[in-house]
Each structure stands twice: as structure tokens, then as C-alpha cells.
Write a protein that binds this ligand. Sequence first.
Ligand code: HEC
Length: 110
Amino acid sequence: MNRWTHFLTSVVFMSASALSICSAEEQGALSRPNSACAACHGPGGSHPATPETPRLAGQEYDYLVQALGQYRSGARENPIMGAMAKSLSNTQIQTLARYFSSQPGLTTKY
Ligand code: HEC
């Protein structure tokens, strides 16, 4: 295998793993909770990409479980999060909630 082939193989491999994060929600959510959510909520849920995107880092576990369950059922309506939560299992929701609630959140400023 020459260097060029090796390079191509790495690119294909990297693209394949990036795709699997998007398509295999289950795998992404369970093995790397951050991966599917970081694009908008930021690494560890602590640097949201837009002002409309809430910070998840340090949020209460129960709150996160409830919010994701409501997006999934449609009780809380949001086109983006509804689509994100639609395919999550209870276990995945709990795993995500545990992950984000254990991240360092905001501290008191005064
Ligand atoms: C494409 C951008 C995007 C992605 C990807 C995304 N979110 Fe969100 N998320 C948002 C936006 C925007 C809101 C605010 C929606 C609203 O107003 O209800 C939100 C809201 C939330 C909330 C409610 C927080 C609160 O304070 O009420 C939770 C929990 C949440 N997202 C978790 C997740 C998880 C877990 C993932 C990954 C599986 C994820 N999000 C992926 C954009 C995104």
C-alpha cells in the first residue's frame, strides 16, 4: 500500500465513522454521548452555537430526562429537538442526561 492509498483509506474510514455518528444514533448516544449533540450545544453541552440553543452542562438530571421525553412525545414542541429525540430510547435519554448533568455548569458570579 503506497502513501496515497493509505491516505485515501484513512479519509474513507474517517467519513464512515462520522456518518455512523449521524445515522446510528444509538451507538453515538451511548458510546459518545456528546457527539450527536455537540454541533449545536457545544462540547460537553457548555458552548451553545446560537443564543436560541440552551446550555446543557450542569443542568439537573431529572430536568434533562423530562425535557428529552417531552420532545420525543411532542409535549414540548420544537422541530429540531423533536427530530433529535424521536429515535432515542429511555436508556439513551438517561445516558445523555447523566452525561450532561455531570458536566461542569455555570458557577455563581457574585
Ligand atoms: C441542530 C441543533 C441541535 C442539535 C444537534 C441538538 N440540539 Fe438540543 N436543542 C437545540 C435547540 C435550538 C434547543 C431549544 C429548543 C426549544 O426552544 O425548546 C434545544 C434544546 C434542548 C434541550 C432542552 C434544554 C432546556 O434548557 O430546556 C435539551 C435537554 C436538549 N436540547 C438536548 C439535546 C441532546 C441530548 C442532543 C443530542 C442527542 C441535542 N439536544 C442535539 C438544538 C439542537
